[in-house]
Design a protein around this ligand. Structure first.
Ligand SMILES: [Zn+2]
Ligand SMILES: [Zn+2]
Length: 105
């Protein structure tokens, strides 16, 4: 189940509502949270997409298609996997369980 939570920076006040890690929704789409150094922002980006392929004999099989991870704003941006740090000031983000989290599937 996909679930996004509010992440807060106690130092600079940065706030983002992201899943905060690898996540999978009901539609079987994996997302990963990345931290973009150029935007100084966190994003949930598509990581794996389910794909059904049919071979010449008509047998269908299931595969994961790995998507190229990139910043949604610009493919040239430098980013890293989100590890719990603020993209602005590198402080450890706090998760606000009472915040505006939402289920996205
Ligand atoms: Zn970016
Ligand atoms: Zn911060």
């Amino acid at each position: 189940m996909g679930y996004c939570r509010e992440h807060l920076c106690p130092k600079c006040g940065y706030k983002a509502v992201v899943s905060g890690g690898p996540d999978v929704g009901m539609a079987m789409r994996y997302t990963l949270t990345i931290s973009c150094r150029d935007c100084q922002d966190l994003y949930d980006v598509g990581w794996l997409d389910p794909k059904f392929v049919t071979d010449p004999e008509g047998q269908s099989s299931f595969q994961w298609k790995q998507l190229r991870l990139r910043c949604p704003e610009d493919a040239r941006h430098q980013w890293e996997p989100y590890t719990g740090h603020c993209p602005v000031c590198s402080s450890t983000l706090q998760i606000n369980e009472e915040g505006e989290g939402y289920h996205w599937d």
